[in-house]
Design a protein around this ligand. Structure first.
Ligand SMILES: [Ca+2]
Length: 596
């Protein structure tokens, strides 16, 4: 091997590339990973897709390691080939340089374009809400609201009868709040709290109140949300979002004040009336304001062809995939796993258990031959739908710029309709269930993923609520939730620092619930203290039980007799936390003494 001494002056381009091939190759390879990472961090979605997937799955150090190993492999390959066929080896080395350079050039162009976009968008940010539809930095928001899913009905929270891998994966890529609360212990008021940011002391809708309406057929809907209510949909619409509500609404039917299309949602698909949702194979659903027939479904003959929760997942998926250049809000309020016990036969078969006594039906609920298998099939179907929405976010390139929330409208239900609370331990050992204000009725799964903002796989154990979502998500979208008009708080400081030693201490605040059903109940949480007063319809001065959730999370011991002053203070705080309900049928007996 007689090496020519290097000539001074210029080399030809191929010779220059060949001389420096390996250095350039390693340099471009590392640049590719780093630039792709920067683009993703800045919320960009157009990036080298291969590098993006590697970074997403393995993190930045893993991705650099992977790229470095790959580069080393190609270099060794070039060297080996050069031993036998020098020209081929040289051509391969030069080709590798050119191939590794191309995504770097592209990433550079994308970053430059991003910088130009930001510079152009900057003046419009100062205009406030006037021209917000072009703000590309606003995250998309997907709120997944399960129906009657208890705290203990996720594998990541101890469930053993079935598994929920997709919801667990959401938790492992975001923050899992172990002390998440629903706004209410039943469906409609909880949806009201979630959408308005108001707790039950100020909410418009505080119970499931059916509104028979013969002109609307058999499903007249519930007491509607007031026209004056400011929903999450309305707030985000004003901030430039395209909004859709898919699933169970329960806050008023078409033409009422609570019509979803006048309450901030551009599109609606699903059940408007909650009783309509008691059959998961209905004869029809509602799209916007129109009735959509579901041929093959006939409740009279138990003909079950089209499973409404699947149709809703289809709808949600196509909403995510629709091309648009503005951010979106999707509320996916699945009717799962609310009764009746109904699921596709193949899904039930997958969860068959030997000991599964049939449920004969009654009290308005359908019979079920395998109630345990069916309930497991329903929750796992919901988990499948979460997986589908996640895939849709990835396929549409929106994953990195989308906040996903997963929660439930109330705690696990009781022994009704064939559901077996003892078998599933749906509350995860908490006392109570849906329709009361013990922890089992209001403590729910509460998970939030916000790539790049909320640390992955963290656990937050401070109380958070459904009515915190309006201020939190509005703040994320860059809009102020009109100070004082919501009861919830912007949770971003705590979510973003979850698991970090410098996280701020939990806020000192009181959480309030009241419920006109079940004899009338109200409850307040202050720090680890929980006050609970039952039977207030009969006796407004009914005794208040006090629990210390720090030492007694299952509310087993009433310690009120040891803390008379605290109980008295909590009684006054509960009085101050409420105002008279708009609808007298869901008010509690202190309406006249309200302070607001
Ligand atoms: Ca519910």
């Amino acid at each position: 091997m007689d090496q020519q001494p290097k000539r001074p002056g210029f080399l030809s381009l191929p010779a220059m590339l060949h001389e420096n091939a390996y250095i350039l190759f390693v340099f471009f390879s590392c640049c590719d990973i780093v630039l792709t990472w920067v683009i993703l961090r800045k919320g960009g979605t157009e990036a080298n897709p291969v590098a993006a997937v590697v970074i997403r799955d393995w993190g930045l150090p893993g991705a650099v390691g992977f790229k470095f190993s790959l580069t080393l492999f190609v270099i060794v390959l070039c060297e080996v080939i050069s031993r036998f066929r020098p020209r081929t080896g040289r051509a391969l080395a030069i080709t590798s340089v050119l191939i590794s350079a191309s995504p770097v050039v592209w990433s550079g162009v994308l970053l430059a374009r991003h910088a130009i976009d930001r510079a152009e968008a900057a003046p419009s940010l100062e205009l406030g809400a006037a021209e917000p539809r072009e703000r590309r930095s606003q995250p998309n928001i997907v709120v997944i609201l399960a129906d009657d899913l208890g705290w203990g009905e996720l594998s990541c929270q101890g469930q053993r009868r079935f598994s929920t891998p997709a919801i667990d994966a959401l938790a492992s890529t975001g923050v899992r709040c172990t002390q998440g609360y629903a706004g209410s212990t039943v469906c409609a008021p909880s949806r009201c709290a979630l959408l308005t940011g108001l707790h039950m002391g100020h909410a418009d809708v505080r119970d499931n109140v059916e509104r028979p309406n013969p002109s609307q057929g058999e499903f007249g809907g519930e007491a509607p949300l007031a026209a004056s209510a400011e929903t999450l949909g309305e707030r985000l619409q004003r901030a430039g979002y395209e909004t859709a509500f898919v699933g169970k609404w329960g806050l008023g039917i078409t033409g009422s004040e609570g019509d979803p299309l006048t309450q901030g949602f551009d599109r609606f698909y699903g059940y408007l009336c909650q009783r309509h949702a008691h059959n998961l194979y209905p004869t029809h659903l509602i799209r916007d304001r129109e009735r959509v027939e579901l041929p093959g479904n006939d409740p009279a003959s138990r003909s079950e062809s089209l499973y409404a929760p699947d149709l809703m997942a289809d709808e949600a998926e196509s909403f995510i995939m629709a091309p648009r250049d503005i951010p979106f809000l999707l509320v996916f309020a699945s009717p799962l796993p609310h009764l009746a016990l109904q699921a596709p036969a193949e899904a039930v078969a997958r969860h068959a258990v030997a000991d599964d006594p049939a449920y004969p039906g009654g009290k308005g609920y359908l019979p079920c031959t395998a109630p345990r298998a069916t309930y497991a099939a329903m929750v796992t179907r919901l988990d499948d739908h979460v997986a589908r929405l996640d895939q849709a976010l990835r396929r549409s390139g929106q994953w990195e710029r989308t906040i996903v929330v997963f929660t439930s409208d109330n705690g696990s239900t009781f022994a009704i309709g064939g559901y077996d609370p003892a078998w599933f331990d749906g509350t995860g050992g908490l006392r109570g269930h849906k329709t009361n204000l013990h922890e089992g009725g209001i403590r729910v799964p509460w998970i939030l993923r916000w790539p790049g903002v909320v640390p992955e796989g963290t656990v937050l154990d401070m109380p958070v609520t459904g009515w915190d979502l309006v201020p939190t998500l509005c703040a994320a979208a860059g809009v102020a939730p009109d100070g004082g008009s919501v009861d919830g708080i912007d949770l971003r400081p705590w979510l973003a620092s979850a698991g970090r030693p410098d996280a701020p201490p939990p806020p000192e605040r009181e959480l309030y619930w009241e419920f006109a059903g079940s004899g009338g109940q109200r409850a307040m949480r202050l720090g680890a203290w929980k006050a609970l007063q039952k039977g207030v319809r009969k006796d407004p001065d009914a005794p208040i039980a006090l629990y210390d959730l720090a030492t007694d999370p299952t509310e087993s011991t009433d310690v009120s007799s040891h803390h008379a002053a605290l109980v008295s203070e909590l009684r006054q705080r509960m009085m101050r936390a409420r105002m008279t309900a708009r609808d007298p049928t869901c008010d509690l007996p202190w309406g006249e003494s309200a302070h607001h």
